[in-house]
Write a protein that binds this ligand. Structure first.
Ligand code: 6CS
Length: 342
């Protein structure tokens, strides 16, 4: 499969290298860079967004999708949307280097156990349209459009992990993000970073012992074929932000901005239902094609990890200052409120 071989060696693939010449009317072609391959949650989201936009503009706009691998590695995608070489992109764990506040979504145990509740809170006007959230992207030449949870982050490992002691000496690959590394160090593991497309060979060669993904990604990237355990601690959801180049977005007419807003609002429920189903279906495929052991942590077992994760919130605030602190508090308050708290 193309992503397994030479993705990183290919380095930054300029769009010209994809066989395209510069489009004289870039407004009409909206290029959309994805961090995941065809069939993934990001792909399904982008495919539906494309349908909506092309339909509502009567074909005046073409949304062109670039699945993972076509634009280089993950940070190459962010560079290209910041520079305006592409107009739209998803950004998740590796985005922390560009938008430090986005690492909020890497913190463990800050959301509820109810995925739909979390999705609604994240996409509420109170959070998604808050000045702090929007400005954290706009200050880096980006504009956030939607927040897309893609399923629970599940540990893939070569041994059963139920306690921090079980994590001792486990080389776990995380996305390139200081908070994730700190979280897994706090859990007792030895975190290391590697590109998404290198994980399979990293596992095969024994460079890493474990890694973290939503179920659909364990399946579509074949990671489950080289792992013995899938472990659910429900410590975090995988969350990506759908974002645009800021200046490009600002240059859209009000009519087009409204069309984009309507599309992302419609997509909230659509992608939630799709990701839940996709993750369930992919788990069935994994079970059919392997003898992997599935483990679910008990509440007591989760509590030990929850406790160890708490100091990492301070690191987030140290790194992101008052704005990060306000965002963290806002999210915690809104989740509590949605759960029926004060
Ligand atoms: O682990 C990663 O690097 C990637 N995993 C997923 C499910 N999406 C994109 C992300 O970069």
């Amino acid at each position: 499969m193309y992503w397994r071989y030479g993705l990183v060696a290919a380095g930054v693939l300029a769009l010209a290298a994809c066989g395209e010449s510069p489009d004289p009317d870039a407004r009409d072609t909206w290029r959309f860079g994805l961090e995941e391959i065809e069939g993934s949650v990001q792909y399904e989201y982008a495919a539906r967004f494309k349908e909506i936009i092309e339909d509502r503009t009567d074909g005046a706009v073409e949304v062109r999708l670039y699945p993972y691998g076509q634009l280089g590695g993950l940070t190459d995608i962010y560079d290209q949307v910041q520079e305006g070489e592409i107009q739209l992109a998803f950004g998740s764990g590796f985005l922390g280097g560009v938008v430090p506040e986005s690492q909020l979504f890497s913190l463990n145990f800050i959301l509820s156990d109810d995925e739909w509740l979390n999705t609604q809170v994240l996409n509420s006007d109170t959070f998604r349209k808050s000045e702090d959230f929007v400005d954290s992207f706009r200050d880096r030449d980006l504009h956030p459009l939607a927040i897309v949870p893609e399923g629970w982050q599940v540990w893939g490992a070569q041994k059963e992990i139920r306690t921090p002691e079980d994590f001792e000496g486990v080389a776990i690959r995380t996305m390139d993000n200081r908070l994730l590394r700190e979280t897994y160090s706090a859990y007792g593991a030895d975190p290391t970073t590697m590109e998404y497309g290198e994980i399979y060979s990293g596992l095969q060669l024994g460079q890493i012992d474990a890694q973290v993904q939503p179920v659909f990604a364990h399946e579509e990237m074949d990671f489950y074929q080289v792992q013995d355990y899938l472990i659910f601690a429900n410590q975090a959801q995988f969350i990506a932000t759908f974002m645009a180049n800021r200046d490009w977005y600002d240059g859209l007419s009000d009519e087009y901005k409204d069309m984009v807003e309507d599309a992302v609002v419609e997509l909230v429920e659509y992608i939630h239902e799709l990701q839940v189903q996709l993750n369930e279906d992919r788990m069935d495929i994994i079970k059919e094609n392997s003898d992997i052991t599935v483990v679910e942590l008990t509440e007591e077992e989760r509590d030990r990890f929850r406790e160890l994760s708490m100091p990492v919130r301070d690191t987030f605030v140290e790194r992101t200052g008052d704005r990060g602190e306000r965002l963290l508090n806002l999210l915690l308050e809104e989740v509590e409120r949605a759960q029926g708290g004060s």
